[in-house]
Write a protein that binds this ligand. Structure first.
Ligand SMILES: [Zn+2]
Length: 242
């Protein structure tokens, strides 16, 4: 503790500390919230990637289906060719007619498969376009995410340095304040968004604008004890008196 021992000196120091703490509070808040913001962006990106994966799986499914249909078609064609070749070997007209009916039936099946394959082409094309479009979306999201992540991390690194500077400035002032006063001040800083000591403005608390009684104003003028706002509990002072 240095020679600054009067309450007025203590308050003066607190006001100086407060000027630094406003920055410290804001920086700490940003440093706490920024990683969550980056994480939210990452999750958005992952969600887009998962949509892309589903579309890719759908495309693969249709392609597999097409391949199966192609195989069915080949089997059917081979069967038809075999039956057609067998026609010449048949002995009776009855057998011949029966075989022709079988071939006709196989040809009908073949037509159906060909129809499905044709429809499948459109499905493949639509699914392929959906995949392409989503790939572009994912690429853009990923690019944005990487850029914002880098920007956020760079800002945080700079802020960490600035925070160290501010904390060291603060550290030079705090030994001048009585531990009980500083302790109470610190608690208010935590509970009141970084602002613990406020000047009276127009006979009102500078923090919550609650009217301050004449009695409190007199106590503030005398300055022999700490005065707190009845509503927000912040430490009060008169700027003219310090
Ligand atoms: Zn107040």
């Amino acid at each position: 503790m240095t020679a600054t021992t009067t309450l007025k000196d203590q308050l003066r120091r607190l006001v100086e500390i407060q000027a630094i703490d406003v920055h410290i509070y804001a920086m700490k808040l940003t440093l706490r919230e920024r990683p969550a913001e980056i994480e939210a962006l990452r999750q958005e990106c992952e969600a887009k990637k998962s949509t892309l994966k589903k579309l890719e799986d759908k495309l693969k499914g249709i392609q597999v289906q097409q391949k199966d249909l192609d195989n069915d078609l080949k089997t059917k064609e081979a069967g038809i060719a075999k039956m057609e070749a067998s026609l010449a070997l048949l002995k009776t007209n009855k057998e011949y007619q029966a075989r022709l009916i079988e071939i006709e039936s196989l040809n009908a099946d073949k037509s159906q498969i060909e129809e499905k394959i044709l429809m499948g082409f459109d499905e493949v094309e639509a699914a392929r376009q959906a995949v392409e479009a989503e790939r572009a979306v994912v690429a853009q999201y990923d690019k944005d995410f990487q850029a914002k992540k880098k920007q956020g991390e760079d800002e945080m690194a700079i802020m960490q340095d600035q925070l160290k500077v501010k904390e060291s400035q603060r550290g030079r002032l705090t030994p001048d304040v009585r531990p009980d006063i500083l302790g109470r001040y610190d608690r208010i800083v935590q509970n009141k968004e970084g602002v613990a000591i406020v000047a009276i403005k127009d006979q009102a608390c500078g923090g919550c604008y609650m009217h301050v009684t004449e009695q409190k104003l007199n106590t503030l003028k005398i300055c022999d004890q700490m005065v707190y706002c009845d509503q927000c509990a912040r430490i009060l002072y008169l700027a003219d008196e310090l």
